[in-house]
Design a protein around this ligand. Structure first.
Ligand code: SAM
Length: 278
């Protein structure tokens, strides 16, 4: 487990992921009844963008910094920006997914954050401190799906955001999702994935469509052409059981993100329902 999110915090992939995450949490907040946010690969919680590691990669420069510099963002993007600790560059810190969602919780809602890397988990637990609504567990996120689903709230969102260090990650994900949906078929699931080679993503989508008979939405943003080898050309979010009209939120968000983040107008964006034999 060599992956450390500090090198990537605030990059274009985090921006897309956290904007989508915010939109999904907002949909859950429309009802008074409590919800659970299960963050299976939670990371360290809060990232110091002035640290040596973040300054080495400077990935946030082609992510959050570009967004902060651009005028007239779509409403959902503006609301995302409002949740950042400061809104003028240079940002000193960037919140990870549990910290992004924590300020949105009402008294009746809760977060369970699982993280396998002991160092990252210690950092997360110490950043969280004592918090009745945010439970941190050092454990495998895929085991967490079995341990914590279905939640007593019967409403909620599962974010699955692995580092893809394991070459089998895509097939492991499909298996884990199948098990999770057997336990809790009405939950919302949001899965982040890297786009390095189109062929692999097409295979992944085909596998999902065969294994999962639920409504699914694909959201993708590429800032380079899709097949530049050895490169993170783009990323996607796969949403299972998307909230009503959630895809429409993306109509204004994706073109704006692409025109702000694409390198020399390369790449593309799209969102569409993944066809299954429902
Ligand atoms: N979700 C975080 C966010 O949006 O801010 C970023 C998470 S980062 C992409 C992936 C994290 O998963 C890393 O911190 C890594 O240590 C952790 N990880 C790797 N394998 C895991 C596993 N099997 N279960 C739980 N966490 C794992």
């Amino acid at each position: 487990m060599n992956y450390r999110h500090l090198y990537h915090a605030g990059n274009f992939a985090d921006v897309l992921k956290h904007i989508v995450l915010l939109g999904l949490i907002e949909a859950l907040l429309r009802k008074e009844t409590p919800f659970l946010f299960l963050d299976t690969h939670a990371g360290a919680g809060c990232y110091d963008l002035l640290s040596e590691s973040a300054q080495k990669s400077k990935e946030f420069e082609n992510g959050i910094n570009k967004i902060l510099n651009k005028e007239n963002p779509p409403e959902l993007v503006q609301r995302y920006l409002n949740y950042l600790p400061a809104q003028t560059p240079p940002l000193a810190t960037y919140p990870g997914s549990p910290f992004f969602v924590r300020p949105l919780l009402r008294a009746q809602d809760r977060i369970i954050a699982t993280e396998l890397n002991p160092r990252e988990c210690r950092a997360l637990a110490s950043a969280v401190g004592r918090d009745r609504q945010l439970m941190v567990r050092e454990m495998d996120g895929y085991q967490g799906l079995k341990a914590f689903l279905p939640p007593k709230e019967r409403r909620g969102l599962v974010l699955i955001d692995p580092p893809y260090e394991n070459p089998d990650e895509f097939s492991q994900l499909i298996k884990a999702l199948t098990i999770a949906l057997d336990r809790w078929e009405t939950g919302i699931y949001a899965l982040w994935y890297p786009i390095k080679e189109r062929r692999l993503i097409d295979q992944f989508h085909k596998g999902l469509a065969e294994a999962i008979k639920r409504e699914m939405l694909v959201i993708e943003l590429c800032i380079y052409p899709e097949d530049v080898s050895g490169h993170l050309n783009g990323c996607g979010m796969l949403i299972i059981n998307p909230p009503w009209k959630f895809d429409q939120e993306m109509n204004s968000v994706l073109p704006w993100l692409w025109s702000t983040l694409a390198v020399n107008n390369q790449g593309s964006y799209r969102h569409y329902p993944l066809k299954t034999s429902l």
